[in-house]
Design a protein around this ligand. Structure first.
Ligand SMILES: [Zn+2]
Length: 79
């Protein structure tokens, strides 16, 4: 028998303990605002993938579209 894998309610990635992963919450355990999550992703992509700011923004929005907590806002921003 398999337990249902636990997933972050905000970004839908697997987590060990719910309801949210560490990437999606602030120090107090609150889910990040759209802008805060976007900024975190952008910074991550610039630092780890060496992307320029515009490319990082574009890819961050593409990632956010897949995340339940921010998908509507991400879609709106992408136009
Ligand atoms: Zn998450």
């Amino acid at each position: 028998m398999h337990a249902t894998p636990l997933r972050c309610a905000a970004c839908d990635t697997p987590v060990d303990a719910g309801p949210h992963c560490r990437n999606c919450t602030d120090r107090d355990g609150r889910v990040l605002s759209f802008d805060a999550r976007l900024a975190a992703l952008r910074t991550f992509l610039v630092r780890t993938a060496g992307l320029g700011p515009e490319e990082a923004e574009r890819r961050s929005l593409a990632l956010l579209v897949e995340m339940p907590a921010w998908r509507d806002e991400a879609r709106a921003r992408r136009g």
